[in-house]
Design a protein around this ligand. Structure first.
Ligand SMILES: C[S@@+](CC[C@H](N)C(=O)[O-])C[C@H]1O[C@@H](n2cnc3c(N)ncnc32)[C@H](O)[C@@H]1O
Length: 238
C-alpha cells in the first residue's frame, strides 16, 4: 500500500465516522475555537515564514483575505514593520485579536465576506490568503480570482498558502461529502459552513491562470502548506 492509498483509506474511514456530524457555521466555528486557535495553527509556523519571505521587497500595501488573528501578518511585520495591511475576515472575534496584537501597525480590519467585499482596482502590491480558500468550491473562486487579479497593481503578486488535495480522488471525496452534508442538513445557499474542500495544485493553478496570473513558483514541501506565487505580469510595451 502506498502512502497515498493509506491516506485515502484513512480519509474514507473518517468521512464514514463523521457522516452524521452537522456542519458548523463558519464564523461560529472560529469564534468557538478562538482561545486555542493560535496554538492549533502553530504547525504552520514554517509556512507563515515562507509566505512572509516570498513577498516582493518593495511591497508597501497588502490585502489579506481570511486574515484571522494574523499569524501570517506577525511574520510579515517582523520583516517589514511599515507595510500597510487591510485584513478581511468573517469573524469579528478573530479580527479583534489581530487588532489587539498589532495596535501599532498600519492596519485596517474589515468584518465581511471576501466574496462580496470590493477589493478596488490596481491598488494592492500584494494580495495574500492563508488557509482560508480551501473552504470553497471552484466556481465562486473563479470569479474571486478574477477580482483579485484586477485589484493588484501590474507586477504585484497573489500569495496563496493553503491546504491542497493530494490527488483528484481526495478532492472528489471531500467535495462529495460536503455537498451531501449541505443537502442533508438543509444549509441555505450562500451560507458559509466549515468543511475542508481543497483542490489539487493543478486545479488551483488552472483557476489562477484563467484569471490572468502567471504562476511563478509553487512550494509543496511535506508537512507545510502549499504556497502558490501568482504574479500579475507587466504587459509588454507598457
Ligand atoms: C483557518 S483560518 C486562517 C486565518 C489566518 N489566515 C491564519 O492562517 O491564521 C480561516 C479564516 O478564514 C475566514 N473566512 C472563511 N471564509 C471567509 C469569507 N468568505 N470571507 C472572509 N473570511 C472568511 C475565517 O473566518 C477564518 O478566520
Amino acid at each position: 500500500m502506498t502512502s497515498t492509498d493509506k491516506y485515502l483509506a484513512e480519509l474514507k474511514q473518517w468521512l464514514a465516522d463523521t457522516a452524521d456530524e452537522p456542519l458548523e457555521d463558519m464564523a461560529a466555528f472560529f469564534t468557538k475555537r478562538l482561545s486555542d486557535y493560535e496554538k492549533h495553527m502553530a504547525i504552520w509556523e514554517k509556512s507563515y515564514q515562507n509566505l512572509a519571505e516570498s513577498l516582493p521587497v518593495w511591497c508597501k500595501n497588502i490585502l489579506d483575505l481570511g486574515c484571522g488573528t494574523g499569524l501570517e501578518l506577525d511574520k510579515i511585520w517582523n520583516l517589514n514593520p511599515d507595510i500597510a495591511v487591510t485584513g478581511v475576515d468573517l469573524c469579528q472575534g478573530m479580527l479583534d485579536k489581530l487588532s489587539e496584537k498589532h495596535s501599532q501597525r498600519k492596519l485596517t480590519t474589515v468584518c465581511q465576506d471576501y466574496f462580496r467585499y470590493d477589493f478596488g482596482k490596481n491598488i494592492w502590491d500584494a494580495v495574500i490568503s492563508f488557509e482560508s480558500l480551501h473552504h470553497f468550491l471552484p466556481e465562486p473562486k473563479k470569479e474571486l480570482y478574477q477580482r483579485i487579479y484586477q485589484s493588484i497593481k501590474e507586477g504585484g503578486v497573489f500569495l496563496l498558502g493553503d491546504y491542497t488535495a493530494c490527488c483528484e480522488e481526495e478532492e472528489a471525496l471531500l467535495r462529495g461529502a460536503y455537498l451531501e452534508k449541505r443537502k442533508r442538513f438543509g444549509i441555505a445557499e450562500g451560507s458559509f459552513v466549515h468543511f475542508d474542500i481543497p483542490l489539487t495544485i493543478e486545479h488551483e493553478s488552472d483557476l489562477l491562470k484563467n484569471a490572468g496570473f502567471t504562476i511563478e513558483k509553487i512550494w509543496d514541501a511535506p508537512d507545510e502548506a502549499t504556497l502558490l506565487i501568482a504574479r500579475k505580469t507587466k504587459r509588454k510595451g507598457k
